[in-house]
Structures are given as structure tokens and as C-alpha cells.
Ligand binder design. Structure first.
Ligand code: AMP
Length: 211
């Protein structure tokens, strides 16, 4: 859990690798549908571009399909989902049906001003998907990993970021109390270097998944 720009994608990828499980990101699933121009992509485009949440039923269908992929058999890390109470209830039902339960819920804590700076400066490589910040790129346009072209996500434009933060506060933040009560919630300091934050997350999830 965490606001847009908290580092869920970057950190989630590293943490999933650490546990040897896939990271299931609803944002990535939605971007794939948008890139493909599939009917689902066309249905959600206006929500995505405006920085609003796509309908719960669409997201729950995507997640259900992801749960049933063979690579998710040994567990998974959820990134950017659930984002509403209805999605959290839906997730509970999907897990119950598979006799699964959440091991941990982690919340990356990052102040608003840092979030706005990170999102508006975020650039993504169109070739390899590497995510970086304008300040970290000397030449301004080339991906430091592969030399590919960097671009800004359509929902990272400054005017959309304000909407996304408001949506987070209104619709997603209430889930922190929901999970604190249901599963237990671990707040994790989300400011620092990538390595420091990853260390915080690993310390917070120590022992998770052990049987
Ligand atoms: P993210 O990559 O997680 O920051 O998500 C980017 C955008 O994808 C969001 O602003 C929403 O438009 C959409 N999205 C991603 N995950 C969800 C979700 N769980 N529920 C609704 N919309 C989502």
C-alpha cells in the first residue's frame, strides 16, 4: 500500500524477487491493456488518463485471472491493489475461494511533497520499462539502462497527479485502518535510497511466508 509515487513498483519488484514470487501490479495490467488497445483498454482509458480509479469489477477480473496463472502458485506480491473497500472485500472472496490468506500488509509512508516531486519527475523507458527520475538522467532523454527513449506516463502529468493524490486519500487510505484491524498493517519508512527502503521492507516482512 502507499500513495502514488511512493515507490510501490520499484520496491515491490525487488521484494518480490527476494521472495521468489511474482509481483502482480494492477497498474501494469491496465497499462498493458491500454498499449494493446484491447476492448478492456478502451473501456478504462478515460479513467486512467484522468488519474481516476478504473471500475472495481474490471480490476477484480484482472486480479482473478492473475491468481490462476501457474507462476502465482507459490504466492504473490500485490502492488497497487486493492485500492477501494469494495476491492478489498473482493480480494477477500478471491482468497477464500482459493483457501489463501494475506501474510502481511505493508504501507510505504512518503510525505505529499516528495510524492509530487517523484511523480512529476518520473520517466519510463519505452524499450526496457526502466523507471528513473529526470534528475538522474544526464542527457535528459536516454534511458541509463539501455539507451532507449524515456517518456512520461500519461497519468504523471502535474494536473493529473493532484487528482490521483486526492483519490488515494479518499478511496484508498481508509484501507489502512481496514487492514490494521483485519490482518495487521506494518508502516514502512519510504524516504531514503532505494537500498535503504528495500532494507526497511525486508525487515518489516521478515519471516513472512514461513510455515
Ligand atoms: P499505478 O501504476 O498503480 O500507480 O496505477 C496507475 C493507474 O491505474 C491508477 O491511477 C488507476 O487509474 C489505475 N489503477 C491501478 N490499479 C488500480 C486499482 N487497484 N483500482 C483502480 N484503478 C487502478
Amino acid at each position: 500500500m502507499g500513495p502514488p509515487g511512493a515507490g510501490k513498483g520499484t520496491q515491490g519488484e525487488l521484494l518480490a524477487e527476494h521472495f521468489g514470487i511474482p509481483r502482480l501490479s494492477t497498474g501494469d495490467m491496465i497499462r498493458a491493456a491500454l498499449d494493446e488497445g484491447s476492448p478492456l483498454g478502451e473501456r478504462v482509458r478515460e479513467f486512467y488518463d484522468a488519474g481516476r480509479l478504473v471500475p472495481d469489477d474490471v480490476v477484480l477480473d484482472l486480479v482473478a485471472a492473475a491468481f490462476d496463472r501457474p507462476e502465482a502458485e507459490r504466492g504473490f506480491l500485490l502492488d497497487g491493489f486493492p485500492r477501494t473497500v469494495a476491492q478489498a472485500d473482493g480480494l477477500g472472496a478471491l482468497l477464500d475461494a482459493r483457501e489463501l490468506a494475506l501474510d502481511a500488509v505493508l504501507s510505504l509512508e512518503v510525505p505529499d511533497e516528495e510524492v509530487v516531486d517523484r511523480i512529476t519527475g518520473r520517466r519510463v523507458c519505452s524499450s526496457c520499462g526502466h523507471v528513473t527520475h529526470v534528475r538522474a538522467v544526464e542527457a535528459g532523454t536516454a534511458c541509463p539502462e539501455c539507451g532507449g527513449e524515456l517518456s512520461q506516463r500519461s497519468d504523471d502529468a502535474p494536473e493529473t497527479v493532484r487528482t490521483r493524490l486526492a483519490v488515494y486519500r479518499e478511496e484508498t487510505e481508509p484501507l489502512l485502518a481496514y487492514y490494521a484491524k483485519q490482518v495487521g498493517l506494518t508502516a514502512v519508512e519510504g524516504v531514503g535510497t532505494v537500498e535503504e527502503i528495500q532494507g526497511n521492507l525486508r525487515a518489516a516482512s521478515d519471516g513472512v511466508g514461513a510455515t
